[in-house]
Ligand binder design. Structure first.
Ligand SMILES: [Zn+2]
Ligand SMILES: [Zn+2]
Ligand SMILES: [Zn+2]
Length: 90
């Protein structure tokens, strides 16, 4: 998908992955709370944002090297690439 973010990772995405369940997959295991949800565009896991206490989406990106997340919040349509620090709306 073509974006103006200057990010080859986003350009390589063909279809967006969306959240299957509106929960953070890691927080539910430990009974933690989250603020916002993000979906990894490499493997499709949905995790919590950097405003959440456990920041699972960032940890996942660092641990796996999966670069791009999409907001899983209703009404939000944007992507973020960690290695490029690139943000794009779609
Ligand atoms: Zn990128
Ligand atoms: Zn979480
Ligand atoms: Zn992933």
């Amino acid at each position: 998908m073509k974006t103006d973010g200057g990010c080859a990772h986003m350009d390589a995405l063909e279809a967006l992955k969306t959240a299957e369940r509106r929960v953070c997959a890691e927080c539910v295991k430990i009974g933690a709370r989250w603020v916002h949800l993000r979906t990894c565009q490499q493997c499709g896991v949905t995790l919590c944002c950097d405003d959440s206490p456990n920041r699972h989406a960032s940890k996942h990106a660092r641990a796996t090297g999966h670069p791009v997340i999409a907001s899983a919040e209703p009404g939000e349509r944007w992507l973020y690439c960690y290695p490029d620090e690139a943000f794009a709306e779609y």
